[in-house]
Design a protein around this ligand. Sequence first.
Ligand code: GDP
Length: 190
Amino acid sequence: MASVDGWRPPVELPEIAFAGRSNVGKSSLLNRLVRRKAFARVSNTPGRTREVNFFSVNKSFILVDLPGYGYARVSKARRAEWRPLIEGYLRRSPALRGIVQLLDARHDPTDEDRQLFELLAEIGVPTIVVVTKTDKLASGKLRERLHALAVELELDESQMVAFSAVTGTGRDELAEALVSLLGQPSWRSA
Ligand code: GDP
């Protein structure tokens, strides 16, 4: 799906969408999650992906890769494009079961991270926060960061998954969380 009102695949299976700023490690996480090397392209040129991509997984659900946001080296107008596109997807996804929002373990959430977080809270869609690149921090420092993020975002630490695409930490925990989301009726019908 390349524009707000552009084509999107017919709604046939439950969907789970992944969002995060450009370079947060989303492609690496998706590859780990589905155990493929090049399922989603790990990019050396962040800021390129400008569309919503849909992948059917085991004919049981649709994994939705939302455009990475917040890439600094593009014009302001292009930098603002992610929001209508993601809102457009959210509006047109009756089978959406949940969103996985990725945050880099080493950085504070950006303005755009917060904007998306607020948008998801407003809509009320179940959200899992995955903290990426945890291999880059020593374990004590990581615990501190997880706690600080939970406080800042008013999350329960049980809603957060610590993840590393390098070591595989968090892969099974995330997969289980997704299976559990997929087993629940849509929050929209609640
Ligand atoms: P995307 O833009 O969000 O899809 O991010 P990518 O998956 O392309 O990753 C951006 C950069 O971070 C690449 O250089 C990756 O190799 C690196 N990276 C991604 N995940 C991890 C991780 O868990 N640990 C480490 N150390 N590096 C990672």
